[in-house]
Design a protein around this ligand. Structure first.
Ligand code: UD1
Length: 347
């Protein structure tokens, strides 16, 4: 195939940048759109160092209809689109619901309206399942009422794409429901850059271990789990990135059963917060200070994926261990402290 041009929106973000690397590794030519609202152009250098290639980059906000239209008119030969660009903080979405609905949904609508490729991969989340009735969670588990505007934008985003696929028979899409993405590329050239105080567990752990935070708050130890702390399915971001390439190839090769499909992306294994802390200590030799505090509002007891569908149909499975994931997050954290341009993200 000559034309291997893939558009990656949000391609300078955490999962986006790792997926760009995975795509380039497989011989795709990547074009990135990002509005730089939660990332840094320095990430392009990281991608270059890992792959030897600097992808074409356009600073575009996907809410700007005219610019999106112009982009697709100029780039009318795309083989596929992977759409990550969206805001992702649960807490912020509760404070700024309109911003979340506008950013996450208008961007998607503009892509669907003007797209110049019939293969779309959409970045969704296991948050659509809420507190599932059955574990591990499979794709046909009921969708629960969203706990936050962020979660709701993922549910509505999936519905918009499904409805679009129903009438556009030539258009094909896959929604990927991620469990908890963690870690960084093994080179430590790219990784997660949380702005301000991190809300997610792993960046908080690495910042505590490096001395930027006094201690980690463990939000509750009275859950009905192995040790009382909540259980999640933590997946290495490079495993997740490779799943995007597998999903894209699935569409390109015409292997889809229907023109809208949904897949869970996780490891299939659940780990509690205390198990993660212990694995981190073992993987890095660092001792972590933590205090058990009250539960965090909105947190669920346990979520881990049934990944049979992705294993079977996409021919993909997560291969990296929890310890490897945590070690890579730690290497990245150490790198960021040294890296002047990234330092401001960790204040
Ligand atoms: C969160 C979001 C989810 C989103 C996902 C993306 C919430 C309620 N949910 O999931 O919608 O899709 O991130 O990555 O925010 N924990 C601590 N101390 C901390 C931070 C976290 O004990 O400082 C615990 C939490 O209680 C949870 C686990 O660590 O049990 C994982 O938390 P987190 O990384 O925030 O992910 P989720 O809550 O699963």
């Amino acid at each position: 195939m000559n034309n291997k041009k893939i558009l990656v929106t949000g391609g300078l973000g955490f999962i986006g940048s790792h997926t760009v690397v995975a795509l380039i590794n497989k011989g795709f030519k990547v074009i990135i759109i990002d509005n730089l609202s939660n990332c840094h152009t320095e990430v392009l250098n990281g991608i270059q160092k890992i792959t030897g290639e600097t992808p074409e980059f356009h600073e575009i906000d996907l809410r700007e209809k005219k610019k999106v239209k112009q982009f697709f008119e100029k780039n009318d030969d795309l083989l596929g689109i992977i759409h990550f660009a969206a805001s992702k903080s649960v807490g912020e979405s509760i404070k700024k619901p309109l911003m979340y609905y506008e950013n996450n949904l208008c961007g998607l609508l503009n892509i669907l309206s003007f797209q110049s490729s019939s293969n779309l991969i959409f970045s969704s989340s296991c948050t659509v399942y809420g507190e599932a009735d059955k574990l591990p969670i499979s794709e046909n588990a009921p969708i629960k009422k969203a706990e936050s505007p962020y979660g709701n934008t993922k549910q509505i985003g999936e519905e918009i794409i499904r409805d679009f696929c129903r009438v556009e028979n030539d258009f094909k899409a896959i929604a990927l429901r991620y469990f908890n993405p963690i870690g960084a590329h093994s080179s430590a050239e790219i990784g997660e850059l949380p702005l301000g105080t991190p809300q997610n567990l792993i960046p908080y752990i690495t910042q505590t271990a490096i001395g930027q935070r006094e201690y980690l708050s463990v939000f509750g130890n009275d859950y009905f789990t192995v040790d009382g702390t909540p259980v999640r399915d933590y997946i290495h971001v490079m495993d997740l990135a490779e799943a995007h390439v597998a999903a894209l190839n699935h569409l390109i090769e015409g292997k889809e059963e229907t023109n809208y499909e949904v897949f869970n992306l996780g490891t299939g294994r659940g780990n509690s917060v205390l198990q993660v802390i212990r694995s981190f200590e073992k993987a890095t030799g660092q001792q972590l200070f933590y205090k058990v505090e009250n539960r965090r509002e909105g947190d669920i007891t346990a979520a881990y994926a049934n990944v049979e569908k992705a294993n079977k149909k996409l021919g993909w499975q997560a291969v990296r261990s929890l310890e490897e994931s945590l070690k890579s997050a730690w290497e990245w954290q150490k790198r960021c402290v040294k890296h002047k341009k990234y330092r401001l993200y960790f204040l």
